[in-house]
Write a protein that binds this ligand. Sequence first.
Ligand code: NAD
Length: 480
Amino acid sequence: MAERLQNYIDGKWVDSRAGETFVVRNPATGEILGETPLCGPDEVDAAVTAAARAFPAWRRTPVENRVQHLFKLKFLLEEHAEELARIVTRENGKTLDESRGSVRRGIQMVEVACGAPSLLMGSVLEDVAGGIDCESVRQPLGVFAAICPFNFPAMVPMWFFPFAVACGNTFVCKPSEQVPFSQKLMWELIDRCGFPPGVLNLIQGGRECVDALLVHPDVAGVSFVGSSPVAEHVYKTAAAHGKRVQALGGAKNFIVVMPDADMDAALDAVSESAFGCAGERCLAASIVVPVGASADRVREGLIERMKAIRVGDGNDDGVTMGPLISKPHLQKVTGYIEKGVEEGAELVVDGRGVDANPDGNFLGPTLFDKVKPDMTIGKDEIFGPVLCLMPVDTLDEAMKLTRDHPLANASSIFTTSGKAARQFRYEVEASMTGVNIGVAAPMSFFGFGGAKGSFFGDLKAHGREAFDFYTDRKVVISRW
Ligand code: NAD
């Protein structure tokens, strides 16, 4: 019988009472891995209530003691990193190397959060007026929740909970119902770290569970990562219920390739950016904009690199691209390929009908040329291994293309010209910007998040900004 996932509430694993479940499958084989119960408001309330009960004592626990639990977690994660990576590949489909990389990036979050004793410090100024001192201290706010996407099952929750609890808040995590097993292992490790009951809770579910978190009176703030329409819904609903919100949404990432670029290095990076993780990355290259004379070399160079991509089960040696997450998602992405052809783009490489396990959700790398900004494939986030070429004559035209798009998560330029690089980094609106970098992913000690329709909120994920998001800066003015 398929394993039914449990919740972790108040320091204990508990069975869910939910009647409805989501069937979790291995995307490479179609094998049923388990069932995620789709919890409703009553079980959300149990998790939030446990977190709210744990908050007063946890916030009084000295920060130096709080982070000791995270140090334990860091070492347990090191011991179990390979096991975690294998679970990520099994439930999400990305290759084992990609999973290992994502687990490493996640562990780095815990490492940065362990620096809370320094990073949480406030500031003081004596004699702001005669005999009056002023200090600013950071205080935790209560219960925070995170709502996570399917594409980085181990890493994305780690963008949030280590920082939240290091700051003295308590936490409820809702993983994507499509990939619940990575967080199952994470919470088994958390269970061994000695956190007091209720500090870290795990709740399984989908939309109904999310909506219950967004309106719960005891939730002080919400972190969300997922598609833009849901990010906007989460932002508006949670904010209307008086919560802090950071909602990271979808992407349509432009990569500009100048004629003076180191073309081999640029195309290696572009190909990896577009087709790594089967294009299911919020930082994936979606549109390549070759400028001037670079157009033919970019097209030919990408075709050559795409031929070398081996599609298959991410567990198998030599496989460089795994399957898409699900059959419905595969249908959605192939629907975009059909739409691209219908609307007149040139299909240069067609990934449909790839020779791999028919029970898996496989699609080969796909390339369109002569894509126009008003075509569906030029506008929508596809979230699969489909790359669009939009050649232009000048850098100014390339910049206009990026400006005209409503999403602005990540964007990169490849060039050997300092002048072009400066213009790009100065003008581009995407807040994760690369210069000769294919995947402009900020590491744990910097903030992560986009702009325009790719981000709803003010403070980004992880880095120093996490300490701002998870605390209130109280100012105390004293005269004795
Ligand atoms: P999604 O929006 O479908 O789901 C994200 C989460 O929201 C899940 O936990 C899901 O259960 C919940 N959810 C789904 N629909 C909902 C609804 N109508 N109401 C309330 N909750 C709902 O996203 P996904 O398909 O899991 O992930 C892929 C998306 O995430 C892509 O758009 C990708 O760009 C984005 N993403 C963004 C970033 C970033 O940093 N900006 C990082 C990773 C992924």
